[in-house]
Design a protein around this ligand. Structure first.
Ligand SMILES: *Cc1c(COP(=O)(O)O)cnc(C)c1O
Length: 233
């Protein structure tokens, strides 16, 4: 991928975030951009780092494990954002500081075990299926509180917030309610805070809808296509 294209894409994303922030009186400093690098090659990832991207998100544990050795010297923070398979937790725990997609207790148990071995804490978002799409991962809202309480015993997991994926729609205004609802959920659940439960962040917004997600309070956006488009070989 040409670095000029990458730079231009990234600058557009920064600008859109700035505008969305201005619309609602937020500061862009509150927002972490996680560049989603699934199917992006290591050379392009090095270019991404060179234009200022400091957070990478992968959704497949093996792809992350395979690419990481060539990138380990970069000062970047790694995020695991995809479906968790218990037998692959061992691949991402040593690398990642954040996991965005926890919603099953077996997975929590395995992350705890692997992280504890390394003497490391992992920052965790609990994934919520706000829109109730049957194809999407995540807990439904009524399960959320009980799940969070169960997580209290896993002291290597710092539960920092909630994550959701909105349905894909042409006009992202139609999914504004999803983001708003996740924010309301977070606020409702903050009274559980204490110990390893530190609910504060919202991971929401992808290429198609991050502007709306930012207006609704996202503190982490996960953006792939809008950053890496135009780099197809
Ligand atoms: C792929 C992916 C993204 C980014 O999607 P884009 O539409 O390419 O920005 C964000 N979150 C998750 C969980 C993903 O799998």
């Amino acid at each position: 991928m040409r670095v000029e294209v990458l730079k231009c894409n990234y600058e557009r994303v920064l600008k859109e975030i700035k505008v969305a922030c201005e619309n609602v009186g937020r500061s862009p400093d509150e927002i972490t951009i996680v560049a989603v690098t699934k199917n992006v090659d290591v050379n392009t990832m090095m270019l991404a780092h060179s234009v200022g991207i400091k957070h990478f998100g992968e959704n497949r544990a093996q792809e992350l494990r395979d690419k990481y050795p060539e990138l380990e010297d970069l000062d970047v923070t790694w995020h695991f954002i995809g479906r968790i398979q218990t037998n692959k937790v061992k691949y991402f725990v040593p690398i990642c500081e954040y996991v965005h997609s926890l919603w099953r207790i077996e997975e929590a148990k395995e992350i705890q075990k692997r992280a504890d071995k390394l003497g490391k804490n992992i920052k965790i978002f609990v994934e919520v299926n706000i829109a109730g799409e049957s194809t999407k991962a995540g807990l439904n809202e009524v399960e959320l509180k009980g799940f969070l309480k169960e997580l209290r015993v896993y002291d290597r997991l710092e539960i920092i917030g909630l994550m959701t994926m909105a349905p894909y729609v042409e006009n992202p205004e139609e999914v504004r309610w999803v983001f708003r609802r996740l924010r309301e959920k977070l606020n409702e659940l903050k009274n559980l805070n204490g110990g390893n439960i530190k609910l504060e962040h919202l991971s929401m917004g992808m290429s198609n809808d991050y502007r709306i997600a930012v207006e609704e309070g996202a503190t982490f956006v996960r953006i792939g296509t809008a950053i890496f488009r135009g780099g197809e070989k």
